[in-house]
Design a protein around this ligand. Sequence first.
Ligand SMILES: [Zn+2]
Ligand SMILES: [Zn+2]
Length: 169
Amino acid sequence: MTLQIIILDEKPGQPSKKGVESRSYLVKCNICGKEFWKPKSAVLWGMGKFCSKKCQSEYQKSLPKELHHHWKGGRVKMNGYWYIRLDNNKYRREHIVVMETKLGRRLLRDEVVHHIDGDIENNNISNLQLTNKSSHGKIHYKEFKIDKLGRLTKKSRRYQNGQNRLRNN
Ligand SMILES: [Zn+2]
Ligand SMILES: [Zn+2]
């Protein structure tokens, strides 16, 4: 189930302290269909998908178990990667969980999730590509530069370090 903020109508809000009119949107709850007004600022922050905590938790229950914590924001960044907290209080790399959720199964031993745009913080499913260890190596090999003496350049070594991390998924 993909969630979006359903905007039905809009109206100019009351003038704020700064004298700027803040617009409001009439939005519709994704779960129960109730219509309610939300300030534009809240909608820009992604709020307005649910009318209440109750409907939000209804949605949460429909998510794959591993994404519950994702939803709650049990999310930390370590070594440049996003990790999400699971029920057993262990952390897993978010891009792996996102891919596994799409696949509906755990990754196989040889499978690797590659970040297409090279940004390891961008765990949007459209930026993730399921590949395997050897193909993944080839994808990144293009990024290596070798100098006249056949050594990896500094920049490339950085890539290689990144690769070592990626190799462990
Ligand atoms: Zn609702
Ligand atoms: Zn990669």
